[in-house]
Design a protein around this ligand. Structure first.
Ligand SMILES: [Zn+2]
Length: 364
């Protein structure tokens, strides 16, 4: 599953220049796109060079893995291989991913990091007074984890003594039912460590469930909405994702505001590629905010291996002129993974664009 892929393990891998080949593809069409790109890469590499030999061998590892585990229609896969390091690993992704094939000194983890950020795991609780279903949702995959039966009777409108007693017992029943749901949800969280919770259903039931949730679980509730419980699961999933993406966007905006406030009041924050890269290399970043499709140039020195933002003529560390252009976002993602920094990919925010699409809240 997407969220179970150990990004840190991939981020930590490093080899000689262009030792890694990374492939992302969706379905058979993706396989054809990757093949076509491999052909072009071959044409770009010098005959009889080490890079060409390594590419051929690494790509062969990727193709063998894909022959054994062919891509499924409409679903993504990623494969990383390095012949020199005797490494090949593939993952199925359950969501579509843009096709790409590239070379680098480490696995190209940027698309994976973005998918993991986009599709965080959440619990979907669908509840009314007669029954509750708890689903686990991860990258558009939905699985039923638990069910709780309610059978709470509807309110009656008659007045009088029997009505009072009836309403007390109804309250009790509802309370116990909500308690049971809260326990079931806690069990799911203990087992799956969910990031968020979304509640769909009737207002009364949802309010009652919320009352019974522990503070830790209540904090994870990011959205609630009334919904028709007889609706198709796919429809419920769509409603849940609507709430989920709205909340994600608000959170990114909120993070940006926190970075702005910190920066303006001399608290530790970094904005722009050069400052953020430096903070990442020093392990100071707590939360990294990057515009989703931003292009960011960087370079790695062939001599001392140091990474610099932009494309300078000489390496600022050793003054040599032998620099290789790299995708700086990929490098930032690697550094963030290795230092346990949170990574948030955001839709374009105008002020963030003005500092080239990257900023960070720092630990110190
Ligand atoms: Zn250097």
């Amino acid at each position: 599953m997407l969220q179970d892929i150990d990004l840190r393990e991939l981020a930590e891998m490093e080899g000689p220049e262009r030792a890694f080949v990374s492939a992302y593809l969706t379905g058979q069409e993706g396989l054809r796109a990757v093949e076509a790109r491999a052909k072009k890469i071959r044409a770009m590499l010098k005959e009889d060079s080490d890079t060409k030999t390594h590419f051929e061998e690494s790509y062969r590892l990727i193709r063998n893995l894909l022959d054994e585990h062919p891509p499924e229609e409409g679903k993504g896969m990623c494969v990383f291989a390095s012949y020199v390091l005797d490494f090949v690993k593939g993952h199925r992704l359950s969501v579509e991913v843009p096709n790409t094939l590239c070379l680098g000194s480490s696995p190209y983890v940027r698309p994976l990091a973005r998918l993991q950020d986009t599709f965080e795991k959440f619990a979907l609780v669908v509840a009314d007074n007669s029954n509750t279903r708890i689903y686990l949702v991860a990258a558009q995959n939905i699985e039923l984890e638990d069910r709780v039966k309610g059978d709470i009777k509807n309110r009656v409108k008659k007045g009088g003594w029997s009505q009072k007693r009836y309403s007390r017992s109804r309250e009790n029943e509802l309370h116990h039912y909500a308690e049971e749901v809260a326990e079931a949800l806690k069990a799911v969280d203990d087992h799956e460590s969910i990031d968020h919770i979304i509640l769909l259903g009737t207002g009364e039931t949802i309010r009652e469930i919320e009352k019974e949730l522990s503070e830790a679980l209540l904090e994870k509730v990011i959205g609630k909405k009334s919904a028709d419980l007889d609706a198709e699961v796919s429809e419920l999933l769509e409603s849940a994702y609507e709430l989920f993406f709205k909340e994600e966007q608000e959170e990114e905006q909120h993070l940006w505001e926190r970075i702005q406030d910190a920066y303006l009041s001399e608290h530790p924050a970094a904005v722009g590629p050069a400052d953020v890269l430096m903070a990442l290399l020093n392990g100071r970043v707590e939360s990294l905010l990057i515009t989703k499709d931003v292009e960011m140039e960087g370079s790695r020195c062939r001599e001392c291996q140091n990474v610099t933002a932009g494309l300078p003529d000489t390496c600022p560390y050793c003054s040599k002129t032998d620099l290789i252009p790299i995708d700086l976002v990929n490098e930032m993602v690697r550094q963030a993974e290795m230092t346990d920094a949170e990574i948030d990919f955001t839709d374009p925010i105008p002020e963030l664009e003005e500092v080239d699409g990257v900023a960070a809240l720092l630990r110190y």
